[in-house]
Design a binder for this molecule. Structure first.
Ligand code: PLP
Length: 446
């Protein structure tokens, strides 16, 4: 009826990532509550959340200890900030904890509230650092096509996806894009994985030479690309990219907003791929998304010039009201403690390997172009139809009818279940995937 939640959502709520006119026709899917890896809609229908929300709800949808941690902190001190010299216990404890688990020696942590804000802040901090170094020309940041780094002005510019640029006059100047490390079924005839990685590094080298090495501050990349379609880089890719960056004294920023805290089967994806970043960005799973919080760590190489020259260049004129929010920090500490206590990183490795086997087993299905992934993040790319994304959207609807929430990135179906997922649940999910492929085959326009 007119007062249904669906009708009121259509009436009042402008959604992210929708075609606004289409939303008026289709309407929302209203989720009401969660239980472990499942959520329930407002008609009581249960769904397996194969995307962990937005690649983010590591502990599942009803972890009472996170609720208790938030409640205790709300009661003790619901808000304080960290502008100027102010601080509070939870943010101090969390900063120390993050430095202690960092995959490489890190020096300081800066807190923000979303992945986008974190990456925007990294860009500004690196510009500030270049000025501190007396190298004001060193302002360019290199990211990659298909990379996703968020939606604020600088982060959207770093993002290498057309939807995030089109209609916004982005990217801003000072942002450059190099090729995506997709060694897929397309266009790699006769080229080995290693040769493809070499070609990626050579393209980066050529871009740096064209622009001038001393104009480039940093390279940013997700260890495994998420929103760009779950792109796992080919063997030797990160080694070769890092060699190029080292040669030119260019900093490396690892955007672990999706990967950090276990997703790839290690605590950080930097460990999985042998990446030694100067800046490491995290968000999403840092609180299992129960509270908006992001953080990035910087090493001494980044911090030192800022500390030494700050009297000369002026205060770091940047910070958000809610940066390092005490409730978010308390939830993050409890979240990390639970991940450690329950050995969920090991579960991501083991149950993740099982999920990858089950995905790979579908590689020969006539509708499947490619399967890929690592740990508990994977994708099944459908053979493209006439209109890109049409099959993916249809597959999404079929799976949703059958009680599994995935997400199609064009025609790549993504799978990123909560870290607490069991083998039995992977079996259940893959059962639905397999049935849905067969239904898709029947329903597909010829
Ligand atoms: N970086 C990566 C790798 C992401 O996947 C995302 C979000 O999906 C972001 C940054 C942006 O984070 P947020 O949506 O919290 O701004």
């Amino acid at each position: 009826g007119m007062n249904s939640q669906e009708a009121r959502d259509i009436a009042y709520h402008l959604h992210s990532y929708t075609n606004a006119a289409r939303h008026l026709e289709i309407g929302p899917m209203v989720i009401e509550r969660g239980e472990g890896a499942y959520v329930f809609d407002n008609a009581g229908k249960r769904y397996f959340e194969a995307m962990a929300g937005l690649w983010s709800v590591g502990l599942g949808f009803n972890e009472q200890r996170l609720v208790d941690a938030a409640t205790r902190q709300m009661q003790a001190l619901p808000f304080y900030h960290s502008f100027s010299h102010k601080s509070h216990g939870p943010v101090i404890d969390l900063a120390e904890k993050l430095i202690s688990i960092a995959p490489v020696p890190m020096s300081k942590v800066y807190f923000t509230n979303s992945g986008s804000e974190a990456n925007d802040t990294v860009v500004k901090l690196l510009w500030y650092r270049s000025n501190a170094l007396g190298q004001p020309q060193r302002k360019k940041i290199i990211s990659r096509l298909r990379g996703y780094h968020g939606v604020t002005i600088a982060s959207a510019s770093l993002t290498g996806l057309p939807n995030n640029h089109r209609s916004f006059d982005l990217p801003i100047s000072n942002v450059l894009h190099t090729m995506a490390p997709h060694f897929g079924s397309e266009g790699n005839e006769g080229e080995s994985e290693e040769d493809f990685a070499t070609r990626c590094a050579e393209e980066l080298e050529a871009l740096i030479q064209r622009e001038g090495p001393d104009t480039i501050a940093a390279f940013i990349g997700e260890p495994v690309m998420g929103a760009g379609g779950v792109i796992v880089p080919p063997r030797t890719y990160w080694e070769k990219i890092q060699a190029v960056l080292k040669r030119h004294d260019i900093l490396l920023v690892a955007d672990e907003v999706i990967c950090a805290l276990g997703r790839t089967g290690k605590m950080f994806a930097c460990e999985t791929f042998g990446i030694e970043p100067d800046v490491l960005v995290m968000s999403k799973q840092i609180t299992s998304s129960y509270f908006p919080l992001s953080a990035f760590m910087i090493n001494e190489r980044v911090f030192e010039p800022i500390a030494e020259e700050s009297d000369r260049i002026g205060v770091l004129g940047h910070g958000f009201t809610a940066s390092g929010h005490p409730v978010g920090a308390a939830v993050a500490l409890e979240n990390i403690a639970i991940i450690e206590e329950r050995d969920l990183v090991r579960n991501a490795a083991e149950t993740g390997a099982y999920m990858q086997d089950r995905l790979n087993a579908l590689a020969d299905h006539p509708l499947v172009a490619e399967t890929r992934g690592i740990g508990l993040i994977g994708a099944l790319e459908l053979e493209p139809g006439e209109i890109p994304g049409q099959r993916g959207a249809l597959m999404n609807r079929i799976m949703q009818d059958k009680g599994v929430i995935s997400r199609n990135m064009t025609d790549a179906m993504a799978f990123c279940p909560p870290l607490i997922v069991s083998r039995a649940q992977i079996d259940e999910m893959m059962g639905v995937v397999t049935e849905s492929l067969d239904i898709l085959q029947q329903q597909m326009p010829a």
